[in-house]
Design a protein around this ligand. Structure first.
Ligand SMILES: C[S@@+](CC[C@H](N)C(=O)[O-])C[C@H]1O[C@@H](n2cnc3c(N)ncnc32)[C@H](O)[C@@H]1O
Length: 271
């Protein structure tokens, strides 16, 4: 028995609702995209790129890098949240070389071996690693590159630890270890060109501010435990007080993102 379709629908709805507030709160997400761009620049695709995919494009930040780096390519902006895709269409200049596709990364409506590169920043952690990589490997040509940023198990560890001291609910989703992603990529037919891991903190003056930003990007309310009662006043006060021990010298509170970056090449002989 699985509630995966239901959970996927929850994730999709959360991102749909967050589309309007996403850009203003997505500082860490921008920073991670910029890291991914540096990784991709170190491992460029040496072939002429005809079609490039941004898998889980959100409001479209990564599409700009794809457009700057491979202006001749048709860019496929793919996301399963229609409101995110609507932001792509409304923000950017009309671009005849960009098509929007509302679809699930785990079931891509694209022909096999039809793409030269795939970029995906902070979307795959919402997917089953094997299912996502099998699909990406299917649609990429041999020799094509995939550049992936996803999240590791230490992500938001301060929040997980804080919440676990005040109630039994699981407030923060669980993320796979780098080895899990690497194994899934290899099993799906990718060669790992580089894997990297780094921590990037989200910062705010208060715990409420940190949680507000997480909500604004759509990553809230999709924890593994679906129904939970709101925290009582006493529990919230304790959480806030305990969290103070993480306050940095610059006066800000951090919530850590454990970022996994992968540069991959689809195995097989380029045609
Ligand atoms: C945190 S946002 C990142 C957006 C963008 N890549 C960025 O860096 O700003 C994650 C995006 O992935 C999308 N997403 C999550 N799971 C997905 C799936 N299975 N199929 C397609 N899109 C998905 C969400 O709708 C959301 O827009």
């Amino acid at each position: 028995m699985t509630d995966r379709p239901h959970r996927k629908q929850q994730i999709r709805s959360a991102f749909d609702r967050a589309a309007a507030s996403y850009d203003a709160a997505a500082l860490v997400q921008r920073c991670i995209s910029d890291e991914l761009a540096r990784l991709a620049t170190r491992h460029p695709c040496h072939r002429q790129v005809e079609r490039a995919l941004d898998a889980g494009c959100g409001t479209g930040y990564g599409l700009q890098w794809l457009s700057d780096s491979m202006p001749q390519a048709l860019r496929i902006a793919l996301d399963f949240a229609p409101a995110m895709l609507a932001r792509v269409e409304s923000q950017a200049d009309p671009d005849p070389d960009r098509v929007a596709l509302c679809a699930d990364i785990e079931s891509l409506p694209l022909a096999g071996a039809s793409l030269d590169v795939a970029w995906s920043s902070l979307a795959l952690q919402w997917c089953d690693p094997a299912a996502a990589f099998i699909e990406l490997a299917r649609v990429l040509r041999p020799g094509a590159h995939a550049w992936i940023a996803t999240l590791g198990p230490r992500t938001l560890w301060e929040l997980r630890e804080g919440f676990s001291a005040v109630d039994d609910a699981d407030h923060v989703i669980h993320f796979h270890a780098p080895e899990h992603w690497i194994d899934a990529a290899r099993m799906s037919g990718f060669r790992v060109l580089e894997s990297d891991r780094r921590t990037i903190p989200a910062l705010a003056g208060t715990l409420r501010g940190l949680l507000r930003d997480i909500k604004a990007i759509g990553a809230h309310s999709v924890g593994p435990q679906r129904r939970r009662a709101p925290l009582g006043r006493a529990a919230w006060r304790r959480l806030e007080t305990d969290y103070e021990r993480h306050r940095r010298e610059d006066g800000l509170l951090p919530a850590t993102y454990d970022v996994i970056l992968l540069a991959l090449e689809k195995s097989g002989d380029p045609a």
